[in-house]
Write a protein that binds this ligand. Structure first.
Ligand code: HPA
Length: 278
C-alpha cells in the first residue's frame, strides 16, 4: 500500500485551470480555511486577489451566513498565502466530501501546509468563550467520512499524528509571542446542524473531548489523504450544551466568533511568519 499523492482527479484539474486563468499561480507557502465569522483575516493580505467559489468548477457553495465562499491569495509576513474563506459542511448536503476539490487542488499549488480554523463549543470550564484552542486530535461522532465511496487503496488513510506536531509547535510559539492564552484540546465532530444535547456533551466529555464542532474533521481526513500537513485551531464561541447550564445558539456562535477573531488574526500572522522550515 502506498501513501503517495492520489492520481489526478479531473475535477481538481478543472478547478486548478480556473484558478490559473484568474492569476492564482505557482506555489503557496501556506493555506488557511477560515470558519464561521473568521473571514476578517482576508483584510490583512497584501496584493490580494479574490475569486468567488461560484466561479470555480466543482467548488461547493457554502449556505451558512458568515461563510461568503471565496478564495483569496496574497502576501502575509512576506509569505504567499491562500485563504479559503468559507467552507461547506457535512450538514449542508449530507456530503462529507464536499471539500474534496478545494483541499485537493492544494496539491497543484505546491502542497502548502494547511491551517483549518473553526468555531467550537467548550466542554471544559477552564476553556472560556473567546479562547483559542490548538487541536491535538479528534473524535468523529458524525458517522460521516469524506473517503466513503473512494475505491482506491489510499482510502485507508492513517490518522495517527494527523495534527502535525511541528505545525502545532509553531502555533504555540506564535500564541506565546502574541501574548495570547492558547489552549490545546481534542475536537469532537458532531454532524449538526442541530446543536448537541447535554447528554451527548456529557458522553463526549467522558470519551475525552475538550471542544465540539460541526466541521474541520472531514478536511483533516482529506488533507491527510492528499498528503498535506495540517493543523487546526478552534475559536471558542460558547460553552457546549449543558456545561455550566449552557444552551448554545447560532447567533451566539456567530457574534462571538467575530469578537475573538482579532486574537486568531494575530495567531495566524505569527504562524505564517514561522512557516519557512516546515
Ligand atoms: N456545538 C457544535 N458546533 C459548534 C458549537 C457547539 O457548541 N459552537 C460552535 N460550533
Amino acid at each position: 500500500m502506498t501513501n503517495a499523492t492520489p492520481s489526478p482527479d479531473p475535477r481538481i484539474a478543472e478547478a486548478v485551470e480556473a484558478l490559473r486563468a484568474r492569476g492564482f499561480e505557482g506555489r503557496y507557502d501556506c493555506a488557511v480555511v477560515l470558519g464561521t465569522g473568521l473571514g476578517k483575516l482576508a483584510d490583512d493580505l497584501e496584493d490580494a486577489i479574490a475569486l468567488p467559489y461560484a466561479e470555480v468548477p466543482h467548488f461547493p457553495q457554502p449556505s451558512v451566513s458568515g461563510h461568503p465562499g471565496q478564495l483569496i491569495a496574497g502576501r502575509l509576513e512576506r509569505k504567499r498565502v491562500l485563504l479559503l474563506q468559507g467552507r461547506a459542511h457535512y450538514y449542508e448536503t449530507g456530503d462529507a466530501g464536499a471539500m474534496h476539490v478545494p483541499i485537493g487542488l492544494l496539491t497543484a499549488l505546491g502542497s502548502p501546509p494547511l491551517l483549518l480554523t473553526n468555531a467550537g463549543g467548550s466542554l471544559k470550564l477552564d476553556i472560556r468563550p473567546s479562547s483559542l484552542v490548538i487541536v491535538t486530535d479528534h473524535i468523529n461522532l458524525s458517522g460521516g467520512n469524506p473517503l466513503i465511496g473512494d475505491r482506491s487503496e489510499r482510502r485507508f488513510v492513517s490518522l495517527t499524528g494527523a495534527y502535525d506536531e511541528r505545525l502545532r509547535k509553531k502555533l504555540k510559539l506564535a500564541g506565546v509571542a502574541a501574548g495570547l492564552n492558547v489552549h490545546e484540546g481534542v475536537y469532537v465532530w458532531f454532524a449538526g446542524p442541530s446543536f448537541e444535547t447535554p447528554a451527548e456533551i456529557r458522553m463526549a466529555k467522558t470519551l475525552g473531548a475538550d471542544i465540539v464542532g460541526m466541521s474541520t474533521v472531514p478536511e483533516v481526513i482529506l488533507a491527510r489523504y492528499f498528503g498535506l500537513k495540517v493543523a487546526a485551531v478552534s475559536v471558542v464561541t460558547n460553552m457546549a450544551a449543558g456545561i455550566g447550564g449552557a444552551s448554545p445558539s447560532h447567533a451566539e456562535t456567530k457574534d462571538r466568533a467575530s469578537g475573538a477573531a482579532a486574537g486568531l488574526r494575530r495567531l495566524i500572522r505569527g504562524f505564517v511568519g514561522r512557516i519557512d522550515d516546515v
